[in-house]
Ligand binder design. Structure first.
Ligand code: SF4
Ligand code: ZN
Length: 410
């Protein structure tokens, strides 16, 4: 099936890492820009492959180029709602290609091509052809598929802007619904290929931590493929409405995590926080010295107040582990009124990068907004403390009461 492709294609290459020494070029990623987008459309010319902009053989070793991956699909039973879930598979399927590495999702993608792949004659055109075959194989509902790869900077820029609009439309829709409005949540085990005990619980208020899959996406996916990686989870009895603990969510989680995780609080970083696979957009971390919570996202380059960068923190709490005081989350979850509600929501947040703060402008309560420092106001715990004191952040009341120093008693 892959006879025209000069490199091997198999799920066995999924964990392949391409380090700088072995890298020919980098595409998208933190030093450039990029996005991937699946669109359900009419009149898709099946098998149409296009590369707009320089191909790999026109690039120089060590270059960094922007990258856009547009996947247009058509099928009688394909719904628009499936776009998000199908798009999320791009990550896995790109990684089947030996010598091609794909990280993250949406407009956070970051890819690399190895020197060996280039030497074998691999081109972006082959990546597109491979994806066209794999997507049809994975999703029989796809009748026609066309793939466009963009590397031309101006075109990628335009494409990323369009993709962001699409992501926003998807996210905004889910915002209209809340956890109480539904009887079923969804589970996703797509990331078990590298985090074998990780199960995402996706609810109207808690968009999956990868930021790419919301409750509506899951509903469409579970309907299309009930035995697939996304499945219905009946809520069962409410154990704690504020923390977000439900009897049947716990049972399903226990079963699907092979007994590793028995309880989860959907809206807290304490005791039984949601587990984290590795693709979270941000991490919430507890700082006992301030009895407050900090947030750091993937794009933040500096050090967090804990003295470590995002990458080191991600290493400590990823892989499907349940680590008290840490939880991976999506930026969209920070727009939910239930955002860490059991811990005090934004009243408990004592640090976050300026970029996320600005992007969440309308979702952070007015009376607390100016009291939360960013890296521009403070970076060490000491500086944060003075800032909080000066601005009269509500957390200062808690720190002054001795009981608050024992986080377990939350
Ligand atoms: Fe599924 Fe969660 Fe992985 Fe997103 S992060 S693909 S929701 S398991
Ligand atoms: Zn993941």
């Amino acid at each position: 099936m892959f006879e025209d492709i000069p490199v091997d294609v198999s799920p066995m290459y999924e964990g392949e890492r391409i380090r700088s020494a072995n890298m020919f070029v980098e595409l998208a990623g933190p030093k450039s820009l990029g996005a991937e987008l699946v669109q359900v459309e009419e009149n898709v010319e099946d098998g149409k492959i296009e590369v707009i902009g320089p191909e790999l053989d026109a690039m120089q070793e060590g270059d960094i180029h922007p990258l856009g991956i547009l996947i247009e699909i058509q099928g009688e039973h394909l719904e628009k709602e499936l776009e998000g879930v199908i798009e999320r598979r791009t990550h896995e399927l790109c990684n089947y290609v030996k010598g091609f590495m794909h990280l993250n999702q949406r407009d956070a993608i970051w890819c690399r091509v190895s020197k060996e792949a280039l030497a074998a004659g691999f081109k972006l055109e082959h990546l597109a052809k491979t994806l066209a075959i794999l997507f049809k194989e994975e999703f029989p509902l796809i009748e026609s598929i066309a793939i466009t790869i963009l590397t031309e900077p101006a075109k990628v820029e335009e494409f990323v802007a369009k993709a962001k609009e699409e992501y926003q439309t998807r996210d905004a829709r889910a915002r209209e619904l809340s956890d109480e409005d539904v009887d079923v949540f969804y589970g996703c085990v797509m990331c078990q290929s590298f985090a074998p005990t990780h199960v995402c619980v996706v609810t109207p208020d808690r968009t999956a931590l990868c930021g790419a899959i919301n409750w509506f996406d899951c509903r469409a996916a579970a309907k299309m493929d009930p035995d697939g990686p996304i499945f219905e989870v009946e809520k069962g009895d409410i154990i704690d409405n504020v923390k977000g603990e439900y009897s049947n969510v716990n049972s399903v989680l226990t079963e699907r995590s092979q007994g590793t995780v028995e309880r989860v609080f959907l809206h807290s970083v304490f005791e039984y926080p949601h587990t984290s696979c590795g693709c979270f957009e941000a991490v919430a971390f507890y700082m006992p010295e301030l009895d407050g919570i900090g947030i750091v996202d993937r794009d933040f380059r500096g050090e967090t107040p804990l003295g470590i960068p995002f990458s080191a923190m991600a290493g400590q709490c990823s892989g499907g582990k349940q680590v008290e005081g840490f939880t991976g989350l999506s930026l969209e979850y920070m727009r939910s009124p239930k955002f860490l509600q059991a811990d005090g929501g934004y009243e408990r947040v004592v640090w976050l990068p300026k970029e996320i703060k600005d992007s969440l402008e309308e979702f952070i309560p007015e009376d607390i907004k100016d009291k939360i420092p960013t890296e521009e106001d403070a970076s060490s715990l000491k500086e944060i403390r003075s800032f909080l004191e000066e601005k009269g952040h509500p957390i200062m009341e808690r720190i002054k009461t001795p009981e608050a120093e024992v986080p377990e008693e939350e």
